[in-house]
Design a protein around this ligand. Structure first.
Ligand SMILES: *Cc1c(COP(=O)(O)O)cnc(C)c1O
Length: 374
């Protein structure tokens, strides 16, 4: 990869291939793979990621909101797409773009059935439209309760317009071994309610409940399909697992100007940094509007320049930030790496009590994306 001469997010498709191969090595042959590409493919580019994953052989995609599924359809991606968090106002878009809704409450089920029954004309009724039933087993975020099953099956028995393609749940603490008891209880609840559901429906939908950490930590809970997001992008929520995974995104930029700041002089807005000694400051064309949280300011965060740590001076601006390059062998035009494979997004995020997920999904659409294979 040539040196960056503007702010770039490099998307390494070979890293994605590596991560996909590693995660699939953890699942039994025949288990389906749902790739989670919500939030612009965790801040990268959902279309680029999805196209590569189709070549690699994924079965399903998941997005959070219907507009994200629409973007994939607009790029001619025909694989099935589960929409994790639709709202009734989205039903038309969902059906028009052949997206598959997660149905998580009796209100949603009732409204979606009514919508599908009213769609199409007499000769051309919607039939067996795929839906996915989401059950709450302890996260208390979205999902039916176990005792909704009788009502669900009654409602489904009265219509031909929808069919349950899958039933699923989401683990609350799959990465936390201290919560193993809680997680095993969630899995047991899911297993029990699935059996009841299958009995009442009279057919067996696909069952799934593990995200990346669940895939790694709870092989007994893979059921028919697994859902992986963060692992595909290179993070395993665990030091051991991270050794096998490679970050897909590298965020880099270049030094646009270097200043010599005398003792007593300041750098940036509100004089956020005051030099106690002669300081060399480099300005970078990246700021909080690009997704660098302002909380990294005042030496909390850093970038890497020619292999050395350059801490952020003062407050991060909207479009720029200044870093301390005193004693670092560098000049204007050199490259600065925010995160990538040596300093990972996870390591940097930890400096502000955040997680890789938040940092990588926050990289704004203003940052140019480039694809590479390292
Ligand atoms: C985002 C999400 C996932 C993916 O989780 P990772 O930890 O990124 O693998 C899986 N399932 C649901 C319901 C999600 O919302």
């Amino acid at each position: 990869m040539p040196k960056a001469n503007e702010t770039l997010l490099e998307i390494d498709l070979n890293a994605l291939d590596n991560n996909y191969q590693y995660i699939t090595s953890k699942i039994k042959p025949g288990t389906k793979f749902m790739a989670v590409v919500k939030a612009y493919g965790y801040g990268s580019d959902s279309v680029i990621i999805a196209k590569e994953l189709i070549d690699l052989g994924v079965d399903y995609f998941a997005v959070a909101y219907p507009s994200e599924g629409e973007a994939l359809r607009g790029a001619s991606i025909e694989a099935p797409i589960l929409v994790l968090h639709p709202l009734p106002i989205n039903f038309e878009l969902i059906v028009n773009r052949c997206l598959e809704p997660s149905i998580y409450s009796l209100r949603m089920l009732e409204e979606f059935i009514a919508f599908t029954e009213a769609t199409g004309n007499q000769e051309n009724r919607l039939e067996n439209y795929p839906i996915h039933l989401k059950f709450n087993t302890g996260l208390n975020r979205l999902g039916f309760a176990e005792n909704d099953i009788s009502k669900i099956s009654e409602m489904l028995a009265k219509t031909k317009s929808v069919k349950v393609k899958s039933a699923f749940s989401h683990l609350a603490a799959s990465e936390d071994i201290n919560e193993k008891k809680f997680t095993l209880k969630q899995i047991e609840t899911f297993q029990r309610l699935s059996e009841e559901l299958i009995l009442k429906l009279g057919y067996k939908p696909l069952l799934h409940c593990t995200n990346t950490s669940g895939i790694i930590n709870y092989p007994e809970a893979h059921f028919d399909m697994v859902r992986s997001g963060i692992g595909l992008y290179g993070f395993g929520n665990d030091k051991e697992e991270n050794k096998h995974l490679k970050p897909v995104g590298t965020l880099k930029t270049e030094l646009s100007q270097i200043h010599t700041v005398k003792t007593g002089e300041s750098v940036g807005y509100n004089r956020g940094f005051i030099a106690k000694k002669l300081t060399r400051s480099a300005t970078l064309p990246i700021g909080y509007a690009d997704g660098i949280p302002r909380s990294f300011g005042k030496s909390t965060g850093w970038v890497t320049i020619n292999g050395e740590k350059a801490f952020i001076l003062g407050d991060i601006c909207m479009d720029m930030m200044m870093v301390d390059v005193t004693g670092i062998n560098c000049e204007e035009g050199d490259e600065a790496i925010v995160f990538g494979s040596s300093v990972t997004a996870e390591e940097l995020a930890a400096a502000i009590n955040s997680i890789s997920y938040e940092l990588i999904t926050g990289i704004s659409q203003r940052v140019k994306r480039v694809v590479c294979r390292k």
